[in-house]
Design a protein around this ligand. Structure first.
Ligand SMILES: [Mg+2]
Length: 382
């Protein structure tokens, strides 16, 4: 795939090659603690793909991507086929330290497929980081913060249940909440925003409709919840409704966030021109941490707010990568959603902990987590 000149030019002189000898693609189904309902879908278990990259010396790196039929179009079978049939054969025999050269070749060979590309990049960088004793973020950028304060998603059937859950999570240290809207009748969604605001008068609060509102409903929601002081309302309209977004942003001062509508840097520019106040960056949408860092730098240039999120739900493998990203971007003023907290069981020996309201960037090499291969085997889809 790569000529010898390109390979030797990008190899580090002080490192011996880290030749990839094997790539395994492992589909898993991870049960959530409780089902999560959002517009268009209820998730009871996370159907994710794991990528295990093994070097000739036996060292291993891990990556993960969530299937997301309503966000990226990635199905579990599609993710497996993309990695197994297209990306893995290009990796075997290559030097993992040459990631900056390998990456564009992989993206040229397989367009789209952000989840598959992200999981592969994560695994190769985890491997390369472990071999060289370098954290993942330091391989692709630099850490600008040592920890983040994660948000918690609320999506219960009643206001009482959302308030009770918010109080319980607040006791654990969560200090930022996102309401999942676009599921219940609008009047009820509005009442819930006020109920949660009354219960948490000083806590940052936002709402995410996951494309679930019409323009009229979105206008009504942002207008009628103004006194609930939502920091932003995310993806109220269909992912590609740019005209609707223009009309909505002209009609309100409440910042509108875009999530499902962002799959590329061009999408960020388009939505910014239509008046979006910020975007949600996910590794699976952008195609990995390198592209997501580029996206975050573009957001800074455009003056957009940024939320970093894992998909509901990804284990501490992918949540660690989201954490590296969140600690490396110029700005993450709209919060960070780490979703291993929603899983009944994790795939690592020490799930990323919440301590004093923050999750710290792991200090170990690569992703900084230790995968529990017995747990991987237990949740493998056969
Ligand atoms: Mg969202």
């Amino acid at each position: 795939m790569l000529d010898k000149t390109a390979r030797s030019a990008s190899s580090r002189a002080d490192q011996s090659p880290l030749v990839i000898r094997r790539v395994d693609v492992i589909p898993v189904a991870l049960p959530l603690k409780t089902p999560m309902s959002m517009a268009g879908v209820t998730i009871t278990d996370a159907q994710n793909v794991l990528v295990r990259v093994e070097a000739a010396d036996g060292s291993v790196g891990w990556g993960e991507a969530a299937s997301a039929p309503t966000m990226t179009g990635d199905t579990l079978g599609g993710l497996v086929a993309a990695v197994r049939d297209h990306l893995a054969p290009m990796l075997v025999g290559q030097d993992a330290h040459d990631w900056k050269t390998l990456r564009p070749a992989l993206h040229r060979a397989l367009l789209g497929n952000g989840g598959a590309h992200s999981a592969v990049e994560m695994a190769v960088l985890d491997l390369a980081g472990r071999a060289s004793g370098i954290r993942m973020i330091d391989l692709v950028g630099r850490a600008r913060r040592a920890s983040v304060k994660p948000m918690w998603l609320l999506g219960n059937k009643t206001a009482e249940a959302d308030v009770a859950e918010a109080h319980a999570r607040q006791k654990q240290g969560f200090e930022f909440f996102k309401l999942k809207i676009g599921v219940k009748p609008l009047a009820k969604e509005i009442a819930i925003a006020f109920a949660v605001r009354d219960a948490l008068p000083k806590t940052p609060l936002c709402a995410d409709a996951n494309c679930g509102l019409t323009l009229a409903a979105a206008r009504s929601y942002v207008e009628k919840t103004r006194k609930a002081r939502l920091m932003f309302v995310e993806q109220p309209l269909a992912y590609d409704d740019i005209d609707g977004l223009k009309k909505l942003t002209r009609a309100t001062k409440v910042p509108i966030g875009i999530d499902e509508g962002i799959h590329s840097l061009a999408d960020i520019e388009t939505n910014a021109k239509a008046g979006a106040g910020g975007v949600s960056l996910k590794l699976i949408k952008l195609g990995g941490i390198s592209a997501a860092l580029d996206a975050a730098n573009l957001c800074k240039r455009l003056g957009l707010s940024v939320n970093i999120a894992a998909k509901i739900a990804e284990s501490s493998i992918s949540s660690a990568a989201a954490l590296h990203l969140a600690c490396g971007v110029p700005n993450v003023d709209w919060g960070v959603s780490l979703t291993h907290f929603y899983l009944a069981e994790d795939l690592v020996r020490r799930p990323l902990p919440l301590a004093n309201g923050s999750v710290a960037l792991p200090q170990g090499p690569g992703l900084g987590i230790e995968v529990d291969e017995a747990a991987v085997a237990r949740f493998r889809v056969r």
